[in-house]
Design a protein around this ligand. Structure first.
Ligand SMILES: Nc1nc2c(ncn2[C@@H]2O[C@H](COP(=O)(O)OP(=O)(O)OP(=O)(O)O)[C@@H](O)[C@H]2O)c(=O)[nH]1
Length: 461
């Protein structure tokens, strides 16, 4: 069972747009062309131009508006290099280009780890100042390690965004790829600094570090790590953040005791049961199948010890921020720039990510499927690019086939724009449009009894 997603990227204007196959929408197409040309005249270069990171959520956009930041963000996107050239070979040449580093160059490789949905990709995008990685409110949006490059004056920061840490049993239950088990661990190995992200708006997450995170930290204790308490904008009583810090750091930061004035514990902090020191089957190495076993060197005794731990006492620093706030993230960026050590750059300063244009495209589609399709439906969908070719007017036509495993997930419908919530996320809609379509006629939507289809339709209209 398959559906097709068709998109159009204007090479000259660097705009990813979309079209309905079989029902030409001349009006929309010409609007998009106009937008592309406008972008071009403002100096945009060849390649994808992504939505600025502060447009990732509509909430962020609204808060940006309230702070009067929207105009500033919109104009700034034209000063940064294009994310990815639309052609794979151009991207490969760019990646192979000799780094144009100055004589006193500095480098820092940062691995961002954490439980699913902590906001790792949001933070990476905000640091890069571009929408490079997929973000959604559903867990496991990131499926494999992705690399972003931030180059400022003499310093290059390599950002390694990782899938949310999970256990083999969960991966098996939800049929997740092996990369979700292996990539975070492998990525940390190559890092100079580990950033542990915790969603402080999630009551369960902030009363104790995720056990997988603790294991990963314990195994790479020689690599400095910092704690980032994310989504503080969603926390009303900010003094709770001090309690959370004390909890997640075992009261020790950079070798010093953290003094936290006692506050009345919130009810949820008291309710959470202590972790039992008993190891679950996941700690049993037999639970890892071939190729999915992280190179765990932790003994059973060490694992048991970690089980009774709520936090990690070896963090070098703690940050409290909101990844959707550019100013908050700027502080973290400056920290990275200061922490960078003399060393050669890995990439040319024009490189923004090592992802291929095809990967970027399929990630965007997956992000939108996760955002708009209900429950487990988007997780069972796979994609294959059918068409990636230059159009007559210098645009790039993209057609992607979507496969579903279950018949109930197949939408016998003609789906209109997947991203047409103009008033909801104006950043996206102005620049990027994708269209989903199948061979059925529009009237099929009305006839369709598929709940998923109705849900998608609702979210679109
Ligand atoms: N309000 C608010 N929302 C945030 C913040 N950071 C991230 N989010 C939202 O949290 C959700 C998850 O963000 P992601 O960046 O996809 O999280 P992730 O850790 O990369 O998720 P996985 O791919 O599952 O590992 C998205 O809906 C984001 O918009 C924040 O600081 N404040």
């Amino acid at each position: 069972m398959a559906l097709r997603v068709c998109g159009r990227l204007l090479r000259n204007g660097a705009v990813l747009s979309g079209r309905l196959v079989g029902s030409a929408r001349q009006e929309s197409a010409s609007c998009l062309l106009a937008a592309g040309n406008a972008a071009c005249s403002r100096g945009a270069r060849h390649g994808f131009i992504f939505t600025p990171a502060c447009f990732i959520t509509s909430e962020a956009f609204l808060s940006g508006l309230m702070k009067g930041k929207a105009a500033e963000t919109d104009s700034s996107i034209h000063h940064v290099p294009a994310s990815v050239p639309p052609d794979s070979s151009e991207q490969v040449s760019l990646l192979l280009k000799h780094p144009d580093q100055p004589p006193d160059s500095k480098m820092l490789k940062v691995a961002i780890i954490g439980a699913p949905n902590a906001g790792k990709s949001t933070l990476s995008n905000q640091l890069l100042g571009r929408k490079v990685f997929a973000v959604s409110k559903k867990v496991h949006t990131t499926r494999s390690r992705a690399l972003g490059v931030l180059t400022e004056t003499d310093t290059q920061i390599i950002l390694l965004d990782t899938p949310g840490l999970t256990t083999p049993s969960k991966a098996k239950r939800h049929q997740l790829e092996k990369s979700l088990l292996v990539d975070p661990w492998n990525t940390v190995q190559e890092a100079d600094l580990v950033v542990v992200m915790v969603d402080v708006s999630d009551r369960w997450m902030c009363s104790g570090l995720d056990f997988e995170v603790l294991k990963c930290l314990a195994q790479h204790q020689h690599i400095p790590a910092i704690l980032v308490l994310n989504k503080v904008d969603l926390v009303k009583a900010k003094d709770i953040l001090l309690d959370i810090t004390a909890q997640l750091t075992c009261g020790v930061v950079n070798g010093r005791k953290v003094r936290v004035r006692p506050v009345i514990k919130p009810p949820w902090a008291q309710k959470k049961p202590e972790r039992t020191p008993e190891l679950s089957p996941d700690e049993d190495t037999a639970a890892y199948e071939d190729g999915a076993k992280p190179n765990s060197v932790l003994s059973r005794e060490k694992l048991k010890e970690l089980r009774s731990q709520q936090g990690w006492p070896h963090f070098k620093d703690v940050f409290m921020l909101s990844s959707v706030d550019r100013e908050d993230v700027e502080t973290l960026k400056n920290y990275f720039l200061v922490a960078a050590k003399p060393g050669s750059w890995m990439y040319h300063s024009e490189v923004l990510t090592d992802q291929s244009p095809e990967e970027v495209c399929t990630n965007i589609i997956r992000e939108k499927l996760l955002e708009y399709l209900p429950q487990e439906v988007p997780y069972s969908m796979t994609q294959s690019i059918e068409l990636w070719q230059d159009g007559e007017n210098g645009e790039l036509d993209i057609s992607v086939k979507l496969y579903t495993k279950k018949e109930t997930h197949m939408f016998s419908l003609y789906i209109h724009r997947i991203i047409s919530c103009g008033y909801k996320c104006p950043g996206w809609c102005k620049r990027q449009r994708l269209w989903l379509c199948s061979s059925s006629s529009p009237s099929d939507i009305v006839r369709s009894k598929c709940a998923a289809a109705r849900c998608l339709q609702t979210s679109i209209t």
